[in-house]
Design a protein around this ligand. Structure first.
Ligand SMILES: Cc1cc2nc3c(=O)[nH]c(=O)nc-3n(C[C@H](O)[C@H](O)[C@H](O)COP(=O)(O)OP(=O)(O)OC[C@H]3O[C@@H](n4cnc5c(N)ncnc54)[C@H](O)[C@@H]3O)c2cc1C
Length: 469
């Protein structure tokens, strides 16, 4: 299915469409200056990218991270996402970040998991990068891959400095969308198998004035209060029904503040910047409309928007085809692998792809703690490169479990160490045996599942059995 067409049909009317038909321009060949040559180059400074950068730098590699925004953290910071799911037990870089946030008083228990202060997160990540002697460049977008004989040698970037090239022994694509590896010509999948549709997008926003609003245990109670309030103060168009597991107001560490997970924009292609623009405008409209009604629900009369996110939250884009494709059967079976380099415990949580779907987010509750093999991080048919984060190799359903940020960090720290090992030995990352990498990760205190029963793992991590309703 052509997602661009679908988006155009289902999105709100745009004031003016500027169409250039099928016209093209031919660009002249140009000489692009090489401005850096490093051991490990990380594209994207989101949860996977920061873990990869820190792991590589702490392992002695000269490491550079490129980020298009003016902050590290990706969806955590530019996207104002909370809470941090599936971070416990991952060890090493993941635990170090949690410890720093605790020390900064920027960490709060929320339900069975934790939230963090998004502003503190930006600062803490920059401090950790500085201490690890990692280099990073903001406002720098990776626009192309430099490929020689099937091996990625570096990237082309665009920024205020112009068009430049960066070379590296190993590159890690942590762009979330798999931009670099796709530009290098690797295969990928987009959306669900039947029609290519992806999960909806959500623009997160932060609020003040929570007052005595209690920690939500479910979304239904607030949804019902919203319906009652709309009967009194006037209807707004909600982008979801009662059964869709929204809205959530998630308490943040700063007293009286919260992150709101509610807006939904459907059938948007994350690889189309015009569609992304329309989706962001629509979601921001939804956020402001929603708050008007929320103010008429119990405890929320003082609610006000502190800020909407700088970037809309993309749940799903490319999934790069790798040497192993993680499937939902691996997740329900709690499969372990000889080259398992991190693990996930989060359920398969697919936010339904169509606005009219009456069912709630489809969840596979019977998730067993499962490992992610190193092979999911190795793109097929391309050398010198790894992927980490939500763009690794897996199915639409499996992705809906492993995409949470704690697990993306787990992949990132594994990719960063593997890249540093490969760079030190002057070989491609595919030459690092998964079992050797696993042993090296364990030596650094990375949590793995070896020999533990699923109940023990979940109990260790959360202090109680995780139950999904
Ligand atoms: C609305 C929403 C709610 C979610 N809820 C939760 C939740 O409650 N808890 C949880 O743990 N997870 C949640 N997730 C999942 C999670 O946020 C993402 O799957 C996760 O952030 C993926 O991490 P990543 O590092 O792969 O990608 P991202 O966080 O997307 O980071 C990618 C980074 O790369 C940068 N980048 C992209 N392209 C380029 C380029 N070409 N050049 C340079 N830089 C580039 C981006 O700016 C960004 O900083 C949610 C996601 C969404 C969208």
């Amino acid at each position: 299915m052509n997602q661009t067409k679908e988006t155009a049909r289902s999105s709100p009317a745009h004031p003016r469409q500027v169409a250039a038909g099928n016209a093209v321009v031919l660009e002249a060949p140009r000489r692009t200056p090489v401005v850096a040559d490093v051991d490990v180059l990380v594209v994207g400074g989101g949860p996977a990218g920061v873990a990869a950068t820190l792991a590589a730098a702490q392992s002695g590699a000269r490491t550079l991270c490129l980020e298009r925004h003016g902050m590290l953290g990706g969806v955590w910071t530019a996207g104002l996402l909370n809470p941090l799911f599936d971070a416990f037990g991952k060890g090493w870089i993941v635990q170090a970040l949690i410890d720093r946030l605790i020390a900064a008083q920027a960490w709060r228990k929320w339900n069975w998991t934790h939230t963090f202060d998004t502003e503190a997160m930006k600062l803490v990540l920059e401090e950790m990068f500085t201490e690890a002697r990692a280099e990073w460049w903001y406002y720098t977008t990776c626009v192309d891959a430099i490929v020689e004989a099937g091996r990625i040698r570096g990237v082309v970037v665009e920024s205020k400095s112009g068009r430049e090239a960066v070379l590296a022994k190993v590159v890690i694509d942590c762009s979330g969308d798999g931009d670099l590896v796709a530009r290098a010509g690797a295969g990928f999948d987009l959306g669900r198998q039947s029609d290519g549709l992806c999960q909806p997008m959500t623009l997160m926003f932060e609020v003040d004035g929570l007052g005595a609003f209690p920690e939500q245990q479910s979304s239904e109670v607030l949804y019902d209060h919203l319906q009652e309030a709309m009967a009194r103060v006037g209807k707004v168009e909600l982008p979801f029904g009662r059964a869709k597991n929204v809205p959530w107001i998630i308490h943040l560490p700063q007293a009286g503040s919260g992150a709101v997970q509610a807006t939904h924009v459907y059938r948007v292609n994350a690889l189309d910047s015009r569609a992304l623009t329309q989706a962001t405008v629509e979601a921001r409209r939804q956020a402001h409309e929603l708050v008007k009604v929320l103010r008429a629900t119990p405890h929320l009369q003082d609610l006000r928007i502190r800020q909407t996110a700088a970037a809309i939250g993309v749940r799903e884009a490319r999934r790069i085809r790798g040497r192993y494709c993680l499937g939902s059967e691996d997740i329900t079976a709690g499969r372990r692998f000889a080259d398992g380099v991190t693990f996930g415990t989060f359920p398969v949580d697919v936010h339904e792809v169509n606005p009219d779907d009456k069912v709630r987010s489809s969840r596979i509750s019977s998730t067993q703690p499962y490992e992610i093999p190193y092979r999911c991080l190795l793109p097929l048919g391309l050398e010198g490169v790894l992927v980490a984060g939500r763009c690794i190799s897996g199915t639409h359903e499996a992705h809906a479990s492993y995409r949470v940020t704690g697990t993306c960090m787990g992949m990132g720290q594994a990719a960063g160490l593997a890249a540093a090992m490969a760079a030190a030995e002057n070989v491609g990352p595919d030459r690092i045996p998964g079992a050797v990498l696993k042993a090296e990760l364990a030596r650094r205190g990375v949590g793995l599942l070896d020999g533990k029963a699923p109940e023990a793992i979940v109990g260790d991590l959360y202090g109680e059995k995780l139950v999904w309703h």
